[in-house]
Design a protein around this ligand. Structure first.
Ligand code: NAP
Length: 438
């Protein structure tokens, strides 16, 4: 039952292709259920971020699993996998495990070390759990990935900088606008996490009373807009009032979770002065054609590659440390898988056998009420019955193959609990033949 991780990420697919398969938060539960409904898919999770759309799967066999993925993308997103073959990546088993650990650690992000990815992996895990599409394997895989991601952030220098897509866009704006940066009027469209990070940056640079009017926030819900206005002290505007603000601004950051474009050339073609737009939304909120207008410079997340990177030596060192942690987590996970493959079936069989004995004994106890010594003897016989087969098997292993008792959770083999002798005569006769050891 291999683990398969497949999808599109910024290294294999352009934003133009990635946004065709991007899932909105509202779509995800149904997408998970649809994916899990394929007989070849045993467990499923979906990670969708601005860098990637990944399906995390446990499949019954690889060929059928891959076919199911192609059918799923076609049915859910009308996305033809055959047509975009080159944009798709697929990792199986060990590569898939290492890949997810690397993703959770922020090593695979467009902005290396960005802090959001760990939360996004956690969201993918929690949603798959609540939707009921993962079982023990993906549960363990996500748990180990989250643990590894946290460890990499605390044990290496990867989290030493303030990194996010927002801060990279902000840095790019500063770089492009040079000396004019502090004279410009900024507009932030959106009021979610990304917008808030941008506003924090702007607040640091535009905190004086004379400068605070140089930032305007536009958001759909007035409550959130009011909260952001109060928090940052900038001015706010509704979407309806956008046309009055746009002629005054020089730079726009767009970051809403709208699943489609919100802005077209007609929103900007009457503007008299140059405008720079950073659309960090995925799917993009500003239509491609806006970038064709002569006075507009349009940037998207793919333009942020390399912005704010660590210097090569530092990044190499961080990667080396992180990969050591990932390797160790990989072997922990493999160990868990092996245990599950070998010990688990044995434990299940032992439990099933014990359960049969328990049910039989329970049925008898219901027909023959017992107390005192009769009850004690009945429980001893039940215990003997449960332990008989494993005891015989252990004896047959011979001394060389016996596990250490502490390894199997038995604390002291040399100090048996002193039991009172059992007067067999008081056990109800009808009980004896049924639970006697065969
Ligand atoms: P978020 O915290 O969920 O916030 C979403 C924002 O979008 C809210 O302000 C919401 O307004 C607004 N919104 C949603 N649907 C809208 C619609 N149809 N029209 C207008 N406004 C709408 O999202 P986020 O994490 O900030 O992400 C925003 C965008 O940035 C997304 O496209 C995401 O893919 C992209 N992005 C995110 C990250 C990341 O790490 N999170 C990184 C890079 C890019 P209300 O307040 O009215 O609900």
């Amino acid at each position: 039952m291999p683990i398969l991780i497949t999808g599109l990420r910024y290294t294999t697919a352009t934003l133009n292709v990635r946004e065709q398969v991007a899932f909105t938060e509202a779509e995800l539960p149904e997408a998970l259920r649809c994916l899990k409904a394929f007989p070849a898919i045993e467990e499923a999770g979906i990670l969708t971020t601005c860098n990637r759309v990944e399906l995390h799967l446990k499949v019954s066999n690889l060929k059928a699993g891959r076919q199911a993925v192609a059918q799923f993308f076609q049915a859910f997103k009308q996305f033809d996998v055959q047509h975009y073959k080159a944009s798709l990546f697929a990792y199986v088993e060990e590569d898939a495990i290492r890949h997810l650990f690397s993703v959770a650690s922020g090593l695979d992000s467009l902005i290396v070390g960005e802090g959001q990815i760990l939360g996004q992996v956690r969201d993918a895990f929690e949603l798959a759990q609540t939707t009921g599409t993962i079982g023990k394997t993906l549960h363990q895989l996500y748990t180990t990935a989250l643990h590894t991601g946290k460890l990499v952030r605390t044990e290496t220098g990867i989290a030493s900088r303030d990194t996010s897509v927002s801060s990279a866009a902000y840095q790019l704006a500063k770089r492009l606008e040079k000396d004019a940066f502090h004279q410009h009027h900024y507009l932030v469209i959106g009021g979610g996490k990304m917008a808030e990070l941008l506003l924090e940056k702007l607040k640091q640079d535009f905190s004086s009373p004379t400068k605070s009017h140089q930032v305007t926030i536009v958001n759909r819900s007035p409550q959130r807009l009011q909260y952001l206005n109060q928090k940052f002290g900038f001015s706010g505007q509704s979407f309806e009032g956008l046309a009055t603000v746009l002629p005054r601004v020089d730079t726009v950051f767009v970051a809403t979770a709208a699943p489609h474009a919100l802005f077209y050339p007609e929103h900007f073609n009457r503007l008299q002065k140059p405008l720079r737009i950073f659309d960090i939304s995925v799917p993009r909120n500003v239509h491609d054609s806006v970038g064709m207008l002569p006075h507009i410079s349009l940037h998207n997340t793919d333009d942020l590659a390399g912005i704010g990177d660590f210097c090569p030596e530092t990044e190499a060192c961080i990667r080396q440390q992180a990969e050591t942690l990932i390797e160790s987590a990989y072997w922990d996970f493999r160990h868990w898988q092996q245990l599950r493959g070998t010990v688990q079936p044995t434990l299940v069989a032992v439990r099933q056998q014990a359960e049969v004995a328990r049910q039989e004994a329970l049925a008898q106890a219901k027909t023959t009420p017992m107390a005192g010594e009769a009850l004690a003897e009945w429980s001893r016989l039940l215990m003997n019955k449960v332990l008989h087969a494993p005891s015989v098997a252990l004896r047959q292993q011979g001394v060389h193959h016996l596990p250490d008792v502490q390894q199997i959770g038995v604390s002291s083999p040399h100090k048996p609990v002193a039991l009172p002798p059992t007067p067999l005569s008081i056990v109800p006769p009808e009980l004896l033949p049924r639970i006697a050891i065969k």
